[in-house]
Design a binder for this molecule. Sequence first.
Ligand code: FAD
Ligand code: NAD
Length: 465
Amino acid sequence: MKDISCKLLVIGAGPGGYVCAIRAGQLGVDTVIVEAEKPGGTCLNVGCIPSKALIHAAEVFEKVSHMAGAKSPLGITVEAPKLDLAKTIAWKNGIVGRLNSGVTGLLKKAKVKIVHGRAKFRDGKTVEVETETGTQIIRAETVVIATGSAPVELPFLPFGGPVISSTDALALTKLPEKLVVVGGGYIGLELGMAFAKLGSKVTVVEAEARILPQYDSELTRPVSKRLGELGVTVLTGAKAKGLSSKGDALVIEASGGEEQKLPADKILVTVGRKPVMDGWGLEEIDLDRAGKFLRIDDQCRTSMRGVYAIGDVTGEPMLAHRAMAQGEMVAEIVAGNKRTWDKRCIPAVCFTDPEIVTAGLSPDEARAQGREIKIGQFPFAANGRAMTMLGEEGFVRVVARADNHLVLGIQAVGHGVSELSTAFGLAIEMGARLEDIAGTIHAHPTQGEGFQEAALKALGHALHI
Ligand code: FAD
Ligand code: NAD
């Protein structure tokens, strides 16, 4: 097989890698991308997209089930719905398939060469890829590592049999009657809530004192309340110990120290993700680490000249849009443009029910930086649009500097607030002050009006509360 020489080699076609390759191709950089599995990476194949498809299907099923109970305040009643999970999963797979082809098409349009197989470093500028037709050697002036992340496995609860990862959970075609989720973080709660809505009896086991410990308790309270309404049992301060001898229950140490057995058909372990550091010859190039991740600077350069790293392999926050933004920046740098990481915030959305959005600093984070702040909070209970959608739970909160009113952070919890993340990110990135948000006409009736009202509240003159 003839060796390939190129200007840029990208390893991994997840959101970080494929965006980097597309942008580099658009900029006329001779680019090759290597992918061991399917284009789109974790995000598109077993992460963001399939989980949001399942969450949507579960939300629809739960809404219709609620109406069958004849309790719907909307005056709509229906017969009890039936679930064909295999069909739901086939629908989800169809979306993933369309997006796989879409990414491949975009790479081709940008004239990026795609090589299928697992890349392994020979040295900092050369990799070998085992392809279906033999070993492909690729030499590159610049290499971008975008190998992503994989689920953390608990040594005393290895994946297999009833113990499943998020990837397995997104492919189930039979609904587990009893599902125990280990880890009440992003994945555990997004998927745990979805399975509860589809009809599983769900128990969440979280080691910390509360669920979603990365968010403040004001933001997570409406999610806890909804978990209760959905009949999800949440055990905090509890540690998974292992599978019962019969393999039909999870043994835990509950918060009081006593041992408990939680009967389960499936045990979904979602205790975090780890960078993919094995299988690509890292030992050949010995890059510096930052903890368990690859260390990068503000241009995503690693400790080796001409070798960049982007996305989950470089650490928190492990989010697809961070990986994409890093990928785009690195492509520009490789093409000779001056760029550094100068983003003011990376918004984050937790697709629980209700959803949580954060952008920039929380009140506690701002105070910890020694800043004097003003906070404005507006409840959706006072928002007309939220009322018309039975979504009065939650609020928007704006955090600004007390002296010049520069907005430092915006958070929200509520029905459908994920779409507000765009406005929040834009406001912070553009350096908005409270007066800019308060002075912008927000269309009526929308939940976005809650954002304007929160800014007005921080200024001391909210109109609708
Ligand atoms: P990845 O997407 O992991 O892609 C890495 C790619 O590299 C993979 O395709 C892999 O096959 C390939 N690869 C690895 N090693 C090699 C090698 N040696 N040779 C060739 N190819 C290789 N993030 C959000 O922002 N929003 C969400 O809603 C969200 N939901 C999620 C839900 C779930 C269930 C999960 C698991 C994750 C979710 N995430 C979400 C996180 C998101 O998926 C990741 O942050 C994102 O995919 C990281 O992108 P990446 O390009 O760094 O790596
Ligand atoms: P996570 O870090 O969000 O949550 C893991 C949870 O498990 C934590 O609350 C932790 O306290 C708990 N935990 C750890 N060890 C435990 C143990 N032994 N027993 C019980 N609980 C334990 O991790 P995740 O849910 O696996 O998600 C991984 C990453 O994927 C996230 O950090 C995020 O970056 C990304 N993700 C993002 C989204 C989104 O943006 N909507 C959705 C899913 C995943």
